[in-house]
Design a protein around this ligand. Sequence first.
Ligand code: NAD
Length: 467
Amino acid sequence: MKDIKYPPVQNYIGGKFVTGSGESFDVFSPLDGTVIAQSNLSTKADVASATGAAKLAFPAWSAMPIKERVQVFFKYKTLLEKHSKELSELIQEENGKTFSEAQAEIDKSIELTEFACSMPQLASGELLEVSRGVECRIERYPVGVVACITPFNFPAMVPNWTIPNALVLGNTMILKPSELVPLSANRIAQLLKEAGLPDGVFNIVHGTKEVVEAICTEPLIDAISFVGSTKVAKIVYALGSSNFKRVLALGGAKNHLFVLPDAHPGMAASNIAASMSGCIDKLCDEARKIIPGHNLGAVISAEAKARIENYITEAENAGAKILVDGRHYVVAGKENGYYVGPTVIDDVTADMKIAQEEVFGPVLAILHTETLENALAIQKKSPYGNAASVFTQSGGAAHYVSEHASAGMIGVNIGVPVPREPFSFGGWNDSKFGVGDLTGKSSIEFWTKLKKTTTKWNPEAQINWMS
Ligand code: NAD
């Protein structure tokens, strides 16, 4: 058997790497299909052990003044900067995305950490003299032990949506990364330790369904965040809430783009969707410039490749026209990699599976409608509500779409409308279950609970405290 590049992937509990007690699991690089590491899937017992470590670390960490806690994250930010290239290469290797996409994850992780460093300014309490000699005070307390369950498509950025904010605010954490991309998470654990994070404040348990179910039912876990598919988001939200935990679960992110006839043709070069405005031929030319293995990464697994290609074939069989076909793509020298080429499908109708379900591959489905109203009706019928974008030069039309689309994030002449910090990320409908957002200012509500204290400072005054 060929040498495996990385040592076995272990859990990270109480500041130490320890082997999980479940079955062995191969980690593949989607770039060429080789096994790059072996991981041990964990069990309920591993979750209990990580929870114990997080619970033990909680009193000292939560009692530390926030201005002291934040110092760890100033250091963590500089470590992310210092190790940006190495981390980006690791993300690329385990996830299959391009190096520049991987680097964007680290850039975003740095921005998320910078935001968390402003928490002492943002999360201070409130105080008001509500009547003579009587004051009301509000202070924020951490929720406790929190667990974060993350997907494969952002091995570093999505964990960093939660790690800096939740920990700066005084919580201790268990991260459950996607079993498909466990390596970046473990490197993050090492950098947090190097930044000075006390042992037990951050823990990792690798695994799949069994670990997620154990997290949702573990009595000592107080809150759960989840990012992944809508199917699993619903499971985690239902199971976690029924076990009395605070849950915020982000689901599938199928996004809709509205391209109006007046969309700026000059945007075509850099933005596929915008280029659709000029003519569909131009869009196809742009799509053909996207070369797998060069400026397009691999998809995560052989199963994902088969699933995406199946969606394309089903659309073709249902009567859609395949203008650019990315099926059966082979990259020379990486014949075992999981590549799907850019695909453009025209004449898709709203009732086709490809229009309704999340494909999660480099596939653009084009639906033509006579009116903007009809396009909006199609968007609103979709169960997803992560994001919607409109391409137009008309301010009125842009405003109309932004007001009427049923999505939590709107782009105007931007294909992937992701708000930057301090603005929060989060969708609507079946793209998010729970209240608030995981990033930005609105995350403060999720990661803290409020204590309200009313004090009468002049007990000798003969007045009612309400007066
Ligand atoms: P997934 O739902 O399959 O997995 C997410 C996590 O849940 C992983 O850690 C996985 O191990 C675990 N899991 C998988 N099946 C489970 C089950 N049956 N029971 C309990 N836990 C289970 O998602 P994925 O394939 O890793 O990621 C892709 C999905 O994530 C896409 O749907 C994408 O749109 C979505 N996503 C959404 C956002 C967002 O912001 N809304 C961001 C990134 C990814």
